[in-house]
Design a protein around this ligand. Structure first.
Ligand SMILES: Nc1ncnc2c1ncn2[C@@H]1O[C@H](COP(=O)(O)OP(=O)(O)OP(=O)(O)O)[C@@H](O)[C@H]1O
Length: 290
């Protein structure tokens, strides 16, 4: 049987004013139908670039992506994307935002009544049916993100691509959203690729955690299979030895194997910088006084 989603031999080279920059080198990843995959790695390693290539927003410089035997070459409704910032149209209600996507995908396939039922069904899935006639400006950040997810789900995508979908939310809202997403995935068996910086979120939600090496020339470093039984309960898992083993493995990868070396300045350099900044202040004072 062929792989559902196959990312194979992907390189991504960006032209920059200083010459070409190889962000990704030989990225390979096979994803099965219904799998929940997290991409994790340090900032700037290339996670969004991978997601954008799967979304069809970027064209790989080498290699490519095959979804159900068809090569991905442009964006399509079978690959819905949820970004960190909901990206809802502010002048439309939650209902109308979802309706826009539904019309795009199902025009001519559903009549008006069926469309209305489908939009309401998806808003119900994310527990937003009570506020469906409110505009984005009238609802909270977590609620907006729910509508963004409803909009993506309503397109019935083959693959749901999520770029740090809960990154901008407070911890409590984030936990609620994670639980809702697990519940929805349990019902719909969606194939999901999600970027996250949160190790607990990755272990809680995923079937597979893909850990990326630091760039340039970033690639898949290690893949961790998460075989924790579902449904998963965050409180029970906190005490679970397998959960803690997986969590430690991700932390170890990020903070030992792929530790980011930040430039460290010595005290002599620091005092020189302080001198320069004091001089700058004096010059600034003179300019202001004159
Ligand atoms: N359009 C572009 N042109 C040039 N360089 C780019 C472009 N897009 C991304 N890059 C570079 O490619 C590398 C990977 O970027 P990417 O946004 O994919 O990383 P990321 O892992 O998603 O980062 P973060 O976690 O901070 O969102 C970075 O060094 C980035 O500067």
């Amino acid at each position: 049987m062929s792989t559902f989603l196959d990312i194979s031999g992907v390189d991504m080279v960006f032209p920059t004013p200083k010459g070409s920059f190889t962000a990704l080198k030989d990225v390979n990843l096979k994803i099965n139908k219904g799998e929940f995959v997290s991409l994790i790695g340090h900032s700037g390693c290339g996670k969004s670039t991978v997601l954008n290539i799967v979304a069809g927003l970027y064209q790989a410089s080498k290699g490519g992506v095959i979804l159900k035997n068809t090569e991905v070459s442009q964006p399509g409704p079978e690959r819905a994307v949820v970004f960190q910032n909901h990206s809802l149209l502010p002048w439309l209600s939650s209902y109308q935002n979802v309706e826009l996507a539904v019309k795009q995908v199902f025009a001519g396939k559903m009549n008006k009544v069926e469309m209305k039922e489908w939009i309401e069904h998806n808003l119900k899935l994310v527990h937003m049916d009570h506020a469906m006639h409110k505009r984005p400006g009238e609802i909270s950040g977590g609620m907006k993100q729910r509508v963004g997810i409803a909009r993506a789900l309503a397109m019935q995508p083959e693959v749901l691509l999520m770029d740090e979908p809960f990154g901008a939310l407070d911890a409590l809202t984030r936990a609620h959203m994670q639980d809702s997403l697990m519940e929805i995935q349990n019902q719909l068996n969606n194939t999901v690729i999600m970027i996250t910086h949160d190790v607990d979120e990755a272990v809680l939600l995923s079937d597979k955690i893909v850990m990326m090496t630091n760039g340039p020339e970033a690639t898949v470093g290690e893949i961790l299979d998460v075989n924790l039984p579902r449904p998963r309960d965050r409180l029970a898992l906190a005490e679970d030895s397998e959960y803690n083993r997986l969590r430690s493995a991700v932390l170890k990868f990020l903070y030992e194997k792929q530790r980011k070396v930040e430039p460290i300045i010595n005290s002599k350099q620091a005092s020189k910088m302080q001198d320069i900044s004091q001089k700058d202040n004096k010059i600034a004072d003179k300019v202001t006084a004159s």
